[in-house]
Design a protein around this ligand. Structure first.
Ligand code: NDP
Length: 240
C-alpha cells in the first residue's frame, strides 16, 4: 500500500504503534507530536519515521504542519486523528480551563487535522480518515465530562464525514479503544488501575498494537465499504 499517512500524536503510545503498523503496511508515514522532542527523536531513531511538531489545537499551525508534511512526502491519503489528552475532574470541580483544553485538543483538533487535508482527498477521489475515540465516549466516565464529550463528538464527526466523503472514495471511521497500556493509563494511580482491570472481562489492559491493527485494516483498500463505523476494541467491557 504505497500511500502517504499522517498520524497525529504518532510518536508515543497508541499513535506510535499505529505509525509503525502503517509503515509495515507499506505507507510513507509522518508522525506529528505536540512538544515531547526527546520521545519524538527516539521514535525516529528507532523506526526511521519522520516526526513533525505542531499543536493540533491550533488551526493555522495544523495547516502549516500538514503543508510541510505534503511538501516532504507528497499528498496525504490517510489521516489518523489520534492526538488526545485528559484533564480529569469531577464536574463540580472541573474548571473552564480543563474543559477548553480537552475540547480544543481532542475535538477541535480533529477538525484542524482533517479539514486542511479533505479537499485533496476529494480531488484525488481516495481517502481514509480514522479518528481514535474511546470507550468513555460511548459510555461516559466519572470525572471525564470534558473527555467523554470530545470522544462522543468524534463518533458524530466520522458518521457525518462518511456521508460527505463516500461518493469521493473517502471513508471515515472511528476506533474506540478500551483501556490500553500507555503512559496515559499508566499515569492513573495503581489502585484505580487495578480496579479498572478488574472491570475488564479479558482481565488485562489492551496493547497499543491491538488498536494499531484495527486502524491498519480500516485504512486498507479492503475496507473501502466500511464507512461511518466504529470498531470497539475493549476486551469485552460492555457498557449497555
Ligand atoms: P499518550 O499520552 O501516550 O500520547 C499522546 C500523543 O498525542 C503524544 O504523541 C502527544 O505528543 C500527542 N499530543 C497530545 N496533545 C497534542 C496536541 N495538542 N498537539 C499535537 N499532538 C498532541 O496517549 P495515548 O497513546 O494513550 O492515547 C492516544 C489516543 O487514544 C488519544 O486520543 C486517547 O484519548 C485515545 N485513547 C487512549 C486510551 C488509553 O487507554 N490509552 C483509551 C481510549 C482512547 P507529545 O509526545 O509531544 O506529548
Amino acid at each position: 500500500m504505497a500511500r502517504v499517512a499522517l498520524v497525529t500524536g504518532g510518536s508515543r503510545g497508541i499513535g506510535a504503534a499505529i505509525s509503525k503498523a502503517l509503515k509495515d503496511a507499506g505507507c510513507t508515514v509522518a508522525a506529528s507530536y505536540a512538544g515531547n522532542d526527546e520521545a519524538a527523536a527516539k521514535f525516529t531513531d528507532e523506526t526511521g519515521i519522520r516526526t513533525y511538531k505542531w499543536n493540533v489545537a491550533d488551526y493555522e499551525a495544523s495547516k502549516a504542519g500538514i503543508a510541510s508534511v505534503e511538501a516532504d512526502l507528497g499528498p496525504i491519503d490517510i489521516v489518523v486523528a489520534n492526538a488526545g489528552i485528559t484533564k480529569d475532574a469531577p464536574f463540580h470541580k472541573m474548571t473552564p480551563e480543563q474543559w477548553n483544553a480537552v475540547i480544543d485538543t481532542n475535538l477541535t483538533g480533529v477538525f484542524n487535522t482533517v479539514h486542511p487535508i479533505w479537499p485533496g482527498l476529494r480531488e484525488r477521489k481516495f481517502g481514509r480518515v480514522v479518528v481514535i475515540s474511546s470507550i468513555n465516549g460511548q459510555k461516559g466516565q466519572f470525572g471525564q465530562v470534558n473527555y467523554a464529550a470530545t470522544k462522543a463528538g468524534d463518533l458524530g464527526i466520522v458518521k457525518s464525514l462518511a456521508q460527505e466523503g463516500a461518493r469521493f472514495g473517502i471513508t471515515a471511521n472511528a476506533v474506540c479503544p478500551g483501556y490500553i497500556a500507555t503512559e496515559m493509563v499508566m499515569a492513573v494511580p495503581e489502585k484505580v488501575r487495578e480496579s479498572i482491570i478488574a472491570g475488564i472481562p479479558a482481565g488485562r489492559l489492551g496493547e497499543p498494537e491491538e488498536i494499531a491493527r484495527c486502524v491498519a485494516f480500516l485504512v486498507s483498500d479492503d475496507a473501502g465499504f466500511i464507512n461511518g463505523s466504529t470498531i470497539s476494541a475493549n476486551g469485552a467491557q460492555f457498557f449497555v
